[in-house]
Structure formats: C-alpha cells, structure tokens
Design a protein around this ligand. Structure first.
Ligand SMILES: Cc1cc2nc3c(=O)[nH]c(=O)nc-3n(C[C@H](O)[C@H](O)[C@H](O)COP(=O)(O)OP(=O)(O)OC[C@H]3O[C@@H](n4cnc5c(N)ncnc54)[C@H](O)[C@@H]3O)c2cc1C
Length: 285
C-alpha cells in the first residue's frame, strides 16, 4: 500500500502551493475529526495530507460591518468568543449543541462546512446569518455566498486546489434569532433535524427573514418560500402556520440510521413553528 505523506504547511501560501502541486491527489486536514473517521471506515487515503492547523487562520475578528472568522478556528474557540456571543449568538448556540468538548477542541468551523454533511451544524446558523466564504487558491481569492457553496452530500464548489480561508458574517442590528437541534439524545449526537431562523422586526413587521433547516435535504436547506410568507408581515399565528408548512414542503429528507424521511418532514414543520413562536413571544424589542 502506498504511503501517505503528512505535510505541515507553515502559511496559507504554502498550503495552496502544496495543494496545487499534488494535482487532486492531496487532501487538506484541519482538526481531522471528520477525515480520520472516514479513513478509519475505509475511505481512500490520498497521496498527501496537508495540515493547515499552523497557517494562522485561527482568529475571530470584526470591523464595523462584518465578523471575519479564520477557517481553522476551533469550535471551542468560537464558543468562548465574546464577539460571537454579541453578534452571532445563533452560531454559538448551534456549536454549544455540537459533539463533545474533546471534538470541539480539535474540530474547526472550516472542516465542518467543507465536509458538507447535510447535517453540518454550523451550516444552519451561517446560512441564517447570510454568511459568505472566502476561498483561496494559488491563482487568488474568490468570495462566494454560503448559500451557493453546498452542492450535495459531501460536495461543495471548492475546486481541488482551493481551501476555505475565511467566513464573513455581516453584522445586523436588532437581529432576532432562534435555533434548535433535534438529535437522538441531548448531547454528543448528530442532528436528526435542526433549524435556525433570523429576522429583524420593524414596526411590528418581519424583515430580512431567513429560515434554514439542517439534515432534511441533500444540502442545508434555505427555505425561501417560508421566508417570503413572513416578509413585511406581522408574526401572528396564521403567518407562522403558513410559513412552517412551506418550510416542511421544501424539505427532501431521507431515511438513515438516525431517523426516517417521514419523521423529518413532519418535525421540520414543528421545529420552524416553535422557533417562530419563540421569536414572536419576544416582541418588538
Ligand atoms: C464523535 C464526533 C461527534 C461529532 N458531532 C458532530 C455534531 O454534533 N455536529 C456536526 O456538525 N459535526 C459533528 N462531528 C463532525 C466533525 O467533528 C465536525 O464536522 C468538525 O467541525 C470537522 O472539522 P475538522 O477540522 O475536524 O475537519 P477535518 O476532519 O480536518 O476535515 C473535514 C473535511 O473538510 C476538508 N477541510 C477542512 N478544512 C478545510 C479548509 N479550510 N479548506 C478546504 N477544505 C477543508 C478536509 O479536507 C475534509 O474533507 C462529530 C465528529 C465526531 C468524531
């Protein structure tokens, strides 16, 4: 069996140079909490693993308009961050419900997104927050809306010579949010279904509504139909019912070891309904 080289890149430029020099035959490794599991289950080893934990992408910064998160920031660092608590509470809430302390100490936000599981727990809040992603290769950087990043289970728009460099989250004033994850148990479990909602409420009406569901479609699902129903409307019982039904209709769930498609479709409606009721209960301020 051919051996796999383990290469420790010292900065972003070296990481993308190495990736390009291996022409599809290398893989990025960050925390390794997804990748090592897949190798242990018989996943094909690449010619080289390029470790990116030392390339200085572990940061959470902010300017007036945005939060900027380096892709190798660990889930634990995000959970501890005051910036995340203040401006992206929904992301912190999702991470609090992810995995265990040990996995969160190694696992990175970039790895969670790039692994592209339909149940990736940071994808739901990032989509709800309207995040965008900065991808970098030897030929430069490009920015992509997080909504356009996921292509299918385990598939993204990343080309074989690109890495995810940063996640950009726009700061929004008076943002209302709610998040819930359903698993087979309360802790250290993958999602059966999850949902995140963000919106602003101006003069009693919903604005900039984003409704996202995880683990109920081939990719994390942004339910535009459900959001449209609420835009410029009062968040009352009828609107909530209609929006939650629309969200459930948009799901394309599957049966797997964790749940059934039948249950996931039904619970999607219940999840969205309970999140919208939660926001409605908080009132205007
Ligand atoms: C016991 C256990 C429990 C878990 N629980 C949860 C859970 O509750 N919710 C959940 O969502 N996940 C869970 N996971 C999955 C995993 O921990 C997370 O997805 C984690 O965030 C992955 O990050 P990582 O740095 O370890 O990724 P890695 O394993 O290093 O990489 C994952 C994939 O992303 C690619 N990659 C990594 N970083 C980059 C980058 N910057 N640019 C391009 N490609 C990149 C790698 O090539 C690989 O294909 C769990 C895993 C375990 C083992």
């Amino acid at each position: 069996m051919a051996e796999t080289s383990y290469l420790n890149a010292k900065d972003v430029n070296e990481a993308v140079d190495l990736l390009s020099s291996y022409h599809h035959k290398a893989k990025i490794i960050a925390g390794g909490t997804d990748l090592m599991v897949s190798f242990n289950r018989g996943g094909q080893l690449p010619e080289a693993l390029i470790y990116i934990g030392d390339i200085n992408l572990n940061y959470i910064n902010q300017d007036e308009e945005n939060l900027v998160i380096g892709s190798t920031t660990t889930l634990s660092d995000l959970l501890k961050s005051g910036i995340i608590k203040e401006h992206a509470g929904i992301l912190g809430e999702a991470i609090k419900n992810m995995a265990s302390v040990a996995v969160r100490n190694s696992g990175t936000i970039g790895g969670n997104i790039c692994n592209a599981s339909p149940a990736a727990d940071t994808a739901v809040p990032l989509l709800a927050l309207g995040a965008s992603l900065i991808l970098i290769s030897k030929s430069g950087e490009r920015v992509i809306d997080c909504e356009k990043f996921f292509v299918g289970p385990g598939e993204t728009v990343l080309t074989s010579d690109e890495i995810l460099k940063e996640i950009i989250i726009p700061k929004k004033v008076n943002i209302k949010w709610a998040y819930k994850k359903l698993g087979r148990r309360l802790a250290d479990t993958l999602s059966v279904a999850s949902s995140g909602v963000t919106m602003q409420i101006e003069n009693g009406k919903c604005k900039d509504v984003r409704i996202v569901l995880g683990a109920v479609a081939p990719i994390p699902l942004v339910s535009n139909n459900a959001a449209k129903i609420l835009e410029d409307k009062v968040l009352d019982t009828l609107a909530i019912e209609a929006s939650a039904s629309a969200a459930s209709e948009e799901t394309k769930p599957i049966d797997d070891a964790r749940s059934t498609a039948w249950y996931r479709k039904r619970v999607s409606k219940a999840l969205v309904k309970s999140l919208l009721n939660q926001i409605a209960g908080e009132g205007d301020e």
